[in-house]
Design a binder for this molecule. Structure first.
Ligand SMILES: Cc1cc2nc3c(=O)[nH]c(=O)nc-3n(C[C@H](O)[C@H](O)[C@H](O)COP(=O)(O)O)c2cc1C
Length: 356
């Protein structure tokens, strides 16, 4: 791949700076995280957490907060979920009015409280043309590119992604992102590259974005080679290694790539991400909101358990700062602070998806 001149990736008239996208991870890929990953470089497109279309239409402040962006967070897409074509259309028009670059329709969410309403991956069970009508209604209401994110289907007996991909392309969808698992699989097993390839083969011209289990440059290159997908989106792998997008662009243009960030680089990233949260919400709220993310930083940095705990229970700016200072002094457990950190595993919800 590195020996070929890469073709620019476009969603309709939107030209993307790379083919390596940040996948939405609700609760993690918020604006402060997107900003630090963008600053490292290499991201083609970042998408918000899934946003409830109805709540957007009803003006929920918390929902609008999910759609906030920043000049450096560009190009960016807002992902909406819902099942009512009119509500999805109204939400899309609101977003267009706010200047988002692209809208993504969620057809992949496996979580029970979303699928119970007929949204998320439940849309992939539609036996008739209702879901195509939903997509067409959104497309006809806005001028910006609209994409769809899907799973392979509801379960292995209902693999509907190739058929829907073809139908959505015919009505004007700009790109399809496909997570190579069924809804029934949740996050179990390994990504089904053959399933992604079938979606690539089903479409004629629009880009297909492959997704699932990409943790390294080699995983992404392998996914593209085996499936023929035009782009790759990375979720958990970006939490573990926010440098992965830059590494991918380096690899694509030069054939080699630099190491991911060291302990000290990650510490600087942690502080920058925290500062963006603080800028927006004030210190106290930021300290509490940052806990979820702090957990992953501390894990990836091999921070010892007692210090990880201190970071987790910090309630004030002072407690947070002193925990970070102690972490900085201690360095990574049993490792050289400027060396390579071991790869981190990001756990996901387990058990039957009905109960998530
Ligand atoms: C905690 C978590 C939250 C997620 N939230 C969303 C979401 O809001 N919208 C979405 O389309 N996918 C969501 N996903 C799915 C991911 O975008 C991605 O499809 C999946 O994790 C597989 O890719 P990965 O192996 O690169 O993480 C979520 C996954 C996780 C683990």
């Amino acid at each position: 791949m590195s020996s070929q001149t890469p073709q620019p990736l476009c969603y309709g008239s939107l030209r993307l700076p790379s083919r390596w996208h940040l996948s939405p991870l609700a609760g993690f890929t918020n604006l402060p995280f997107r900003r630090v990953v963008r600053e490292i470089g290499g991201v083609g497109l970042a998408t918000t957490d899934l946003v409830n279309a109805r709540a957007l239409v009803e003006g929920s402040e918390k929902t609008f907060e999910l759609t906030e962006t920043h000049p450096t967070d560009s190009p960016f897409a807002v992902q909406i979920f819902g099942h009512d074509p009119q509500v999805m259309r109204d939400a899309a028009q609101i977003l267009e009015g706010r200047g988002v670059d692209s809208i993504d329709i969620n057809m992949g969410c496996p979580v029970d409280h979303v699928t119970r309403t007929g949204a998320g991956s439940k849309l992939m069970c539609d036996p008739n043309t209702t879901v195509v009508r939903l997509v067409r209604t959104v497309l006809e209401a806005v001028r910006l590119p609209v994409t769809v994110k899907m799973r392979l289907g509801w379960d292995e007996t209902r693999i509907t992604a190739p058929r829907f991909a073809r139908e959505f392309e015919q009505v004007g969808i700009a790109a399809i992102a496909i997570h190579g698992r069924t809804r029934a699989q949740g996050f179990t097993g390994i990504v089904n590259l053959d399933g992604i390839r079938q979606v690539v083969e089903a479409i004629e011209a629009i880009p297909v974005v492959g997704n699932g289990d990409v943790r390294t440059v080699e995983d992404a290159v392998h996914m593209r080679r085996v499936t023929g997908c035009h782009a790759v989106s990375i979720g958990r792998g970006a939490l573990a290694n926010p440098w992965i997008f830059r590494q991918l662009v380096e690899h694509e243009t030069t054939g080699s790539y630099g190491p991911p960030g060291s302990f000290d680089d990650r510490l600087r990233l942690l502080l920058r991400q925290f500062s963006y949260l603080e800028e927006r919400h004030g210190s106290e709220k930021a300290v509490v909101r940052f806990r979820k993310m702090a957990h992953w930083y501390a894990k990836s940095m091999r921070v010892r358990a007692s210090l990880r705990h201190r970071l987790q229970i910090a309630k004030t700016r002072e407690e947070f700062t002193s925990a970070v200072e102690a972490i900085a002094v201690a360095g990574p457990r049993g490792l050289d602070r400027s060396g390579l950190l071991p790869a981190m595993h990001v756990a996901v919800p387990s058990g039957p998806v009905e109960r998530w």
